[in-house]
Design a protein around this ligand. Structure first.
Ligand code: PGA
Ligand code: MG
Length: 220
């Protein structure tokens, strides 16, 4: 392989590196039951992920009878503690995710996870699925002033990893908008979570599996 034209590659977490919906849905349904609400199926929860855990809960409440601030504040800590206890019961890396990270690393590319998920939970999840040691840094949604779709987390990534040409890989409109705002080329994964067709995300490249990532980066 030719050396990739990037010295930094960032990855979104939920729906990009790791298929987390089973455990996220479990945690959402745990608190919906506490609120006397009907459960949501995994396909529905898949469309609610991307804007952070609080946003996911807000959307889940809106879908099951209405969200109000008080209920949201009451249920959020419960959701987070349940999710932390079950963070990798069923969550698994998408096929080829670890291999792609290793291949990029072998080329000397510095790697980051940039997620709207809380940083502590993100590291816990990455550790549980054996990906934490493969990345140089993790930036959680609570660890920057503004989360994706703002450019702030991606600007922080480039700064933290010492500068250089960077690209970002994600699954949602939040990722594509953040990359655009930070003026970074963006690769979208077609297997992730989103509220619209993958072709409508506005990515610079679209991949159907991690086997396609390195060739896609070379063409950007
Ligand atoms: O937890 C979320 O809602 C989003 O997380 P992500 O930024 O890794 O997709
Ligand atoms: Mg995502």
């Amino acid at each position: 392989m030719r050396a990739p034209p990037f010295s930094i590659v960032g990855f979104d977490l939920d729906g990009t590196l790791v298929d987390t919906v089973p455990d996220l849905a479990g945690a959402v349904n745990h608190v919906l039951a506490q609120a006397g609400r009907a459960p949501l199926d995994e396909d529905t929860v898949r469309g609610l992920v991307g804007g952070g855990t609080r946003h996911m809960l807000e959307l889940a409440l809106a879908k099951t009878g209405g969200a109000d601030e008080l209920l949201l504040e009451r249920l959020l800590p419960e959701l987070l503690s349940f999710y932390e206890a079950h963070i990798a019961d069923a969550s698994r890396p998408f096929p080829g995710a670890g291999e792609a990270l290793r291949a990029l690393r072998a080329e000397g590319v510095r790697l980051a996870v940039v997620t709207n998920k809380i940083g502590r939970l993100s590291r816990r999840l990455l550790e549980a699925v054996d990906l934490l040691d493969l990345v140089d840094t993790v930036i959680g949604g609570d660890e920057v002033e503004r989360q994706k779709p703002d450019s702030a987390p991606l600007t922080a990534m480039v700064e933290r990893l010492g500068g250089g040409r960077a690209a970002f890989v994600g699954d949602s409109i939040y990722d594509m908008a953040a990359a655009r705002a930070a003026a970074l080329p963006a690769v979208a994964v077609s297997f992730g979570y989103r509220d619209r067709p993958a072709e409508a995300l506005g990515a610079d490249a679209l991949i159907d599996s991690f086997a396609e990532l390195l060739p896609a980066l070379e063409k950007l």
